[in-house]
Design a protein around this ligand. Structure first.
Ligand SMILES: Cc1ncc(COP(=O)(O)O)c(C=O)c1O
Length: 487
């Protein structure tokens, strides 16, 4: 890690700031001015005095890109009722509804109460509004209760035979792991986990080889491999397991494909019909900023060129709307599987309409624009971490564009071995909120690391459309300061 000592004059103000480049926006200039006046702790500001080499010019480039649209994103920020005393960087756990969606939610709730309305519907109209944003037809998109519920719909609906093997990873979330465990206990499936690498030293091909080699090895042993299940991105390191490449593996080996895409809706502008996975279960309440208890489940319901394999033998496990019908063998759906999954008794229609409203905000902004901003913020953060702590502290990849997401995990501790200390990691997260103004809402997460004696407890940061460049600067300076204080 680089050695960086701040210099101060007799009043305690920093004297070693470089001239502020003109292209730096108002927020950055103000931030540096505040630092320079000594208004923040004197130990803050490692970024300002310590730029060097490629990581620095790369972060400058990213900063310039982000600032080009600063006013636009400030307006977007104003659409959310976020507490200004905090900076919310745990979107991977929970988003925040835009005001317009909250207003609609309120209106719809009141209208429903005023007229004692029921919720018996398959929400086809609402799904029809949302589906184009995900590149699918309405019959291929269901509303679920959240990612975990979507994973249950997917995994527990498949007709399994004892001895069927699902190849997955050791970085899965309980939302996918638990239905797999139920299928193992109930139907006798076997689960084979590939151990995932962490950090920047990996490429999309690493994941192709991990899955492909494991599937071939299992088949050589006479095992009946039937499915692949993986998270894109994982909740631990934010590694975007490369969907297009892993879908090639699934097709090559004629496997059912199940993607835990908890973080995809609202973060990535993906076209799911182009991928052709059998199931992608995403959250409505995280990056998509819909209400709690909402999810988006994409289900392959017809044969598209992206995936010519037959549709899996699957039955609904949570519905009040189904009649036995064969699944199609061609490009025309035989029934609307999205309706079957969505319609289960009386639904909370205001909640799903508020989700539709949030999706509408994203469609209006442009999903690709959000994706680009989120990924650029995260790339900027990763470069700053590399500059200050060193690239080996990153648990998230940064250089293969196929592997990046807006989630950044890293080890902030002065003594690298402290990453094994779950209590210290928890204290770091707590103090990032309590000791700084604004306080930062981040989280930590346990990561199994190949060859490590026990899990690593890294901090995880989510950067989203309400995060500004100045927020990232303050975050990094505060994390640097706290890591020095904690020793
Ligand atoms: C990868 C992953 N899968 C599933 C979940 C569960 O999400 P939900 O609360 O939407 O069920 C999470 C939550 O953080 C997650 O990160």
């Amino acid at each position: 890690m680089r050695n960086c000592t701040a210099e101060h004059d007799e009043t305690g103000s920093r004297t070693d700031f470089p001239a502020v480049p003109e292209h730096w926006g108002r927020n950055r200039r103000d931030f540096l001015r505040i630092l320079g006046s000594g208004a923040l702790a004197a130990t803050l500001g490692p970024l300002a005095g310590c730029s060097s080499g490629n990581a620095s010019s790369r972060s400058d480039e990213l900063r310039t890109q982000l600032l080009a649209d600063e006013r636009f994103w400030a307006d977007v920020n104003a659409m959310f009722p976020l507490n200004p005393a905090r900076r919310f960087m745990n979107i991977g756990t929970a988003g925040s509804m835009p005001k317009v969606s909250l207003d609609l939610f309120d209106l719809e709730n009141r209208a429903k109460a005023a007229d004692s309305l029921s919720g018996y519907t398959n929400l086809l109209t609402e799904r029809t509004q949302v589906a184009p944003g995900f590149g699918v037809d309405p019959d291929e998109l269901a509303f679920s209760a959240n990612t975990s519920s979507g994973m249950c719909h997917a995994i527990l609906g498949i007709v399994w035979n004892p001895g069927d093997v699902v190849v997955t990873t050791n970085h899965e979330h309980p939302g996918g792991d638990v239905p797999l465990a139920i299928a193992a206990a109930r139907y006798g499936i076997e689960i084979s986990r590939v151990a995932l690498p962490v950090g920047n030293n990996q490429t999309a091909q690493t994941y192709v080889a991990l899955f492909d080699d494991r599937i071939r090895a299992l088949r050589t042993q006479g095992k009946r491999v039937r499915a692949m299940m993986w998270s894109s991105p994982t909740y631990k390191t934010g590694t975007m397991l490369p969907i297009a490449e892993l879908m090639e593996v699934a097709r090559r080996h004629e496997l059912i494909s199940i993607v835990d895409g908890a973080h995809l809706p609202g973060m990535m502008a993906y076209d799911y019909s182009g991928f052709g996975m059998d199931f992608m279960s995403g959250a409505g309440h995280k990056w998509q900023c819909g209400p709690g208890s909402t999810g988006i489940l994409v289900v392959r319901n017809k044969i598209r060129p992206s995936n010519p394999l037959p549709l899996p033998n699957w039955y609904p496990i949570h519905t009040s709307s189904w009649t036995p019908r064969a699944r199609t063998t061609n490009g025309t759906a035989t029934y609307d599987i999205g309706s079957v999954i969505t319609a289960c008794g009386s639904l909370h229609t205001p909640m799903f309409r508020a989700l539709v409203s949030a999706c509408g905000v994203w469609d209006q902004i442009g999903r690709k624009k959000v994706e680009t901003y989120d990924l650029t913020l995260s790339a900027y953060l990763k470069e700053l971490i590399t500059q200050l702590w060193g690239a080996d502290r990153l648990y998230s990849p940064k250089d293969d564009p196929k592997l990046v997401s807006a989630i950044t995990s890293f080890n902030p501790f002065v003594n690298a071995a402290d990453v094994l200390n779950s209590v210290k990691s928890g204290q770091f997260v707590t103090r990032m909120l309590s000791d700084y103004n604004p306080g930062f809402v981040i989280r930590n997460v346990n990561v199994p690391v190949i060859g490590a004696p026990s899990d690593h407890y890294v901090v995880r940061i989510s950067t989203h459309l309400w995060t500004s460049v100045a927020d990232v600067d303050r975050l990094v300076d505060s994390m640097w300061d706290l890591s020095r204080k904690m020793g």
